[in-house]
Design a protein around this ligand. Structure first.
Ligand code: PBG
Length: 354
């Protein structure tokens, strides 16, 4: 009885308040009409709060061995694996569109893969070779290289595997060698995407010790164990051979832990901190932006790209509008920098002043 009478009175109070508000609203002149500022395209442009530009974007690209190779990734229409010669041709277009930064990922042939990811620090391997050629042809283009073992691992993991476990410190030793090989080849920044503990500090120390004080670190700080990476693993043939990545990538249920990871990476010397994926983690981007003065990056990952492409191909959504809305939301959430496979499409859309 007590419960039902108290809940009735709560409902009554709420109803009375609503009535009163309605009466007041009817009596008062409408001083504020937010629609005034939405009336014309000119007004909407004037008061727009978030603006995407090509300056914000990093274009992830896949490179493979050989020559004359250009293979579309089946689950990522419009994204290709290029051999270096054709990658350089493609970069003419990328740079021509005004894009200023790329993130490079390698497709490594099976015979070069092993558990220790030895090929990852080969100074004349695919990535160092590609970085050299790219920087020679496009000295102004920012070249960011991914530091992780998974493309090179016969296990498809981001670290060395022993008895079904991913070894942390042994892996960091290899990541350091990989980062040094990339720096030596001319990478502007290295981007550790592996989520081993302590790797940012170890890489920063080694880069400095070798004189690479100007090579930056874009840290994948809050990288989640996400099902949105599926298409990327298709592109690099890098899916884990057993298990999952939950012992090193973060639990999607956690937010406070993202701040902890960010704090550690900043303390260890990260120049930019990243959240990955982006769309299901807009709250994390927002929190991190409020938490740090470092630039915040977000990775609009392969699965996010594939979903838009697939629905658009069915005619279920308008691709260009959804793409711009999505990327604008990532920027609005607080991302200063966005890695996206849509980078070329965005550049074209912005050129045409959509
Ligand atoms: C691996 C790595 C992944 C991505 C970037 N670096 C996949 C993974 O962690 O399994 C995913 C990028 C994407 O999905 O677009 N170190």
């Amino acid at each position: 009885m007590v419960l039902s009478s108290s809940s009735t009175s709560t409902v009554e109070i709420a109803a009375a308040a609503a009535n009163q508000a309605a009466t007041q609203a009817a009596d008062l002149p409408l001083v504020h009409r937010p629609r005034r500022l939405r009336r014309t395209e000119g007004l909407r442009r004037l008061v727009r709060e978030t603006r995407l530009t090509v300056d914000d974007l990093i274009y992830p690209m896949f490179v493979m061995e050989g020559s004359g190779q250009r293979q579309e990734v089946p689950s990522m229409p419009g994204c290709f694996r290029y051999s270096l010669d054709l990658l350089l041709e493609e970069l003419q277009e990328v740079v021509g569109l005004g894009l200023g930064a790329i993130a490079l990922f390698p497709l490594i042939p099976d015979h070069q893969k092993d558990n220790a990811g030895t090929e990852s620090y080969n100074p004349t391997g695919l990535i160092p070779q590609s970085v050299r050629a790219i920087k020679q042809a496009f000295s102004q283009l920012l070249v960011i290289t991914d530091v992780a073992l998974d493309p090179y691992s016969s296990m498809g993991h981001d670290g060395i595997v022993e008895n079904g476990e991913i070894l942390n410190d042994e892996t960091v030793t290899v990541l350091v060698k990989q980062a040094l090989a990339h720096a030596e080849a001319g990478a502007d920044m290295v981007a550790p995407s592996d989520m081993m503990d302590g790797r940012i500090g170890a890489i920063r120390q080694a880069l400095d010790a070798e004189g690479w004080i100007n090579v930056g670190i874009l840290a994948y700080s809050a990288k989640y164990a996400s099902a949105y990476y599926g298409s990327f693993r298709d592109a690099l043939e890098s899916a884990p051979k057993f298990g999952d990545k939950k012992t090193y990538q973060m639990n999607p249920a956690n937010a406070a832990e993202a701040l902890k990871e960010v704090d550690l990476d900043i303390a260890e010397g990260a120049d930019i901190v990243m959240v990955k994926p982006a769309l299901a983690y807009l709250d994390i981007i927002c929190r991190i932006k409020q938490h740090t003065n470092l630039p915040v990056a977000a990775y609009n990952v392969s699965g996010e790209y594939a979903m838009v492409k697939a629905a658009a191909a069915q005619g279920w959504i308008d691709e260009k509008t959804v793409m711009l809305e999505t990327l604008t939301s990532i920027k609005r959430a607080g991302a200063d920098v966005i890695l996206t496979y849509f980078a070329k499409d965005v550049a074209r859309a912005l050129e045409s002043k959509f």
